[in-house]
Design a protein around this ligand. Structure first.
Ligand SMILES: [Zn+2]
Length: 490
C-alpha cells in the first residue's frame, strides 16, 4: 500500500514553524544540532514530520475519508521528536488526532511567542527558584525547598545524564547522592599521603561491607564532567556505600544454666556484607535500643555484639510511662546476672546465621544502663508517692550524689527500713530533745533499739524538679550503738 508522504517543503514548514522543537508540550526537545560528519549534510536531526491521520491504510489514525492530497498536506502533519512519534503510533487511544492537532497549534503559538527572545537557560531556572524562595510567602516554602533540590539535581544530571542525582540537606551538610544508571568507568586518584588510609578503608569496604568515608580533598574522580562540578571547595566528605539489604535479627535471652530461653524484642535494620564479614545494624524497642552485630564468614573470630541505648527518645515523656521500660529493665537485669543472648539473622524470612551465647554482663552498656535504670526507678517511686508528673529529661549524666539522694528519698518515702550500712556517708542528725537525761538513759540502756527521727523541712532537686522531703522520716537502726560515741548536746 502506498504511503502518502510529505514532500520536503512541507516537512521543512512543519519543522520551522515550531522552531525545530518537538510539538509534544511535555517534551519540547530540540530536534536538530551540529554533526561532526564530513558529509554535505552536517547536522543531526532527531525530528520527524509525523502524520496526524495515518499515511497508509492500517496505519495509525488512518482516515479513509481523506484524499491522498489531504493526507500529504501541511495540515495533516505535526513535528515531533523520534521517541514521541513512536509513542503516539503505539497508543492511538491516548493520542487521538484531535490531541495532536492541539499540540501543533500550541507549539506554533509558543514558537511565535519565543521568536527573537532569549530562552531561559537551566541556570536561569535554578536562579529563579532561589530568587522565588526569598520573597515567597511562608506557606509555599515547603514546595520551594523541594524545587531547589529538584532544580539542582536536574542541573547536575544534565551535566552527565548517565547518572541520577538526589540531593538532601541535614546535619548542616548538603548530601549529593550520585548513582550510575549504567556501567560507567571512571578513575579515582588518591592523594599520595592518604593512599594507605584509603587502601585500608577500601579493604574494609570489600571484605566487611563497611561504608568508605574519606575527606573529599583526599581523592579526585576523573571520567565525567559531573565530578568536576562536584569538586566543592573546603570541607567535604566522599562516601562509597556498600549494598545494604533489609534484615531482621531475632533475639533470645538465655539463662546461664541453659534452662530458660525467652524471646526478646526483635530488631529491624539492614545488613552489609563483604567477602569476609557480615554485619547487621538495626533498632529494637521502638528505636531506643540500637544493635550492631557482626560475624566473620570464616567463623574464626567470635561474633561481635554491641548494644547502644538512646534515651533521647524518652525526652518529654512521663517518667511513669516510658516506652519499653520494663523490657529494657528485664534485659539489663538478666544480662547483669550472666544471661546471654542468642541471635538469629534473617533476610527476607530466611535465616542466614545463628550465634549463641553472646554475653554482655560486664560491658559498659550494662553498667551505665543499670545505673540509669536504677535512678529512674527511684524517681518513679518518688513521683508515684508525691503524685507529681515528672518528665524524663535528656541524657545528661547523673551524679553519684543525685543518685544517692533519689535512692534514699525513695526508700524513706516508701517507709522502707534504711539500715546504717546502707547509708554510704556518715549520717548527721540534730535532735531536739526536751529532757536530755531521758534520752541519755534511753540510749545507754544497751538494749537493741530503734530511733525515730523527725527531719527538718528540706527540699531536694531531682530531674530538675524540686521535692519536699516528707517531714516524718523513719530511720531504724537494728544494731546497738556505742553510746560513748554519742555526744548529746542540749
Ligand atoms: Zn518529543
Amino acid at each position: 500500500m502506498a504511503r502518502d508522504e510529505f514532500n520536503d517543503l512541507t516537512k521543512q514548514m512543519l519543522r520551522e514553524r515550531v522552531a525545530g522543537r518537538c510539538s509534544n508540550p511535555g517534551c519540547r526537545v530540540q530536534t536538530s544540532g551540529p554533526s561532526t560528519k564530513a558529509t554535505r549534510q552536517r547536522y543531526v536531526n532527531i525530528g520527524i514530520a509525523a502524520h496526524i491521520a495515518g499515511a497508509a491504510a492500517k496505519g495509525p489514525r488512518y482516515d479513509a475519508s481523506m484524499s491522498a492530497q489531504e493526507r500529504k498536506s501541511f495540515g495533516n502533519g505535526v513535528w515531533l521528536c523520534q521517541p514521541c512519534s513512536t509513542k503516539i503510533d503505539q497508543d492511538e487511544e491516548r493520542y487521538p488526532p484531535s490531541l495532536l492537532r492541539s499540540w501543533k497549534t500550541e507549539a506554533e503559538r509558543l514558537a511565535d511567542d519565543e521568536i527573537g527572545r532569549r530562552l531561559p537557560s537551566k541556570q536561569d531556572a535554578f536562579d529563579n527558584v532561589v530568587a522565588m524562595m526569598g520573597s515567597m510567602p511562608k506557606r509555599f516554602s515547603e514546595d520551594g525547598i523541594a524545587n531547589v533540590h529538584q532544580a539542582y539535581a536536574a542541573r547536575l544530571e544534565s551535566v552527565d545524564p548517565r547518572f541520577s542525582i538526589t540531593t538532601s540537606y541535614g546535619d548542616k551538610a548538603t548530601c549529593i547522592e550520585v548513582r550510575a544508571k549504567e556501567d560507567v568507568s571512571f578513575t579515582l586518584k588518591v592523594q599520595p599521603d592518604r593512599a594507605a588510609e584509603y587502601a585500608e578503608k577500601l579493604r574494609l569496604l570489600f571484605e566487611r561491607g563497611e561504608d568508605l568515608r574519606i575527606d573529599a580533598d583526599a581523592i579526585r574522580l576523573e571520567g565525567s564532567e559531573l565530578f568536576e562540578e562536584l569538586r566543592l571547595p573546603g570541607k567535604g566528605m566522599f562516601e562509597m556505600k556498600s549494598t545494604k539489604q533489609v534484615a531482621k535479627t531475632k533475639l533470645w535471652l538465655c539463662s546461664p544454666d541453659g534452662g530458660l530461653r525467652d524471646p526478646f524484642e526483635e530488631a529491624v535494620g539492614e545488613i552489609s556484607a563483604g567477602t569476609a564479614y557480615v554485619a547487621f545494624d538495626g533498632k529494637s524497642c521502638g528505636g531506643i535500643l540500637s544493635i550492631h552485630y557482626g560475624h566473620a564468614l570464616s567463623g574464626k573470630e567470635p561474633p561481635a555484639l554491641e548494644l547502644k541505648f538512646d534515651s533521647t527518645l524518652w525526652n518529654g515523656r512521663n517518667i511513669l510511662t516510658l516506652s519499653y521500660y520494663s523490657q529494657l529493665k528485664l534485659l539489663l537485669d538478666r544480662l547483669e546476672k550472666g544471661w546471654s543472648l542468642d541471635i538469629a539473622l534473617e533476610v527476607e524470612g530466611n535465616r542466614i546465621s545463628v550465634s549463641k551465647g553472646a554475653g554482655l554482663g560486664g560491658s559498659d552498656f550494662v553498667r551505665t544502663l543499670v545505673f540509669l535504670i536504677s535512678f529512674i526507678d527511684a524517681v518513679r517511686a518518688i513521683a508515684e508517692r508525691v503524685a507529681q508528673t515528672i518528665m524524663f529529661r535528656g541524657t545528661r549524666t547523673i551524679s553519684i550524689n543525685e543518685y544517692r539522694t533519689a535512692k534514699q528519698l525513695s526508700q524513706v518515702m516508701a517507709g522502707d527500713e534504711v539500715t546504717f550500712e546502707a547509708i554510704a556517708s556518715n549520717p548527721k542528725f540534730e535532735m531536739e530533745v526536751s529532757d536530755v537525761q531521758i534520752v541519755r538513759q534511753y540510749l545507754e540502756s544497751q538494749t537493741p533499739h530503734s530511733a525515730k527521727i523527725i527531719s527538718r523541712e528540706r527540699a531536694v532537686q531531682l530531674f530538675g524538679y524540686c521535692f519536699a522531703v516528707p517531714l516524718l522520716s523513719r530511720f531504724i537502726g537494728r544494731q546497738s550503738w556505742d553510746p560513748s560515741s554519742l555526744i548529746v548536746t542540749s
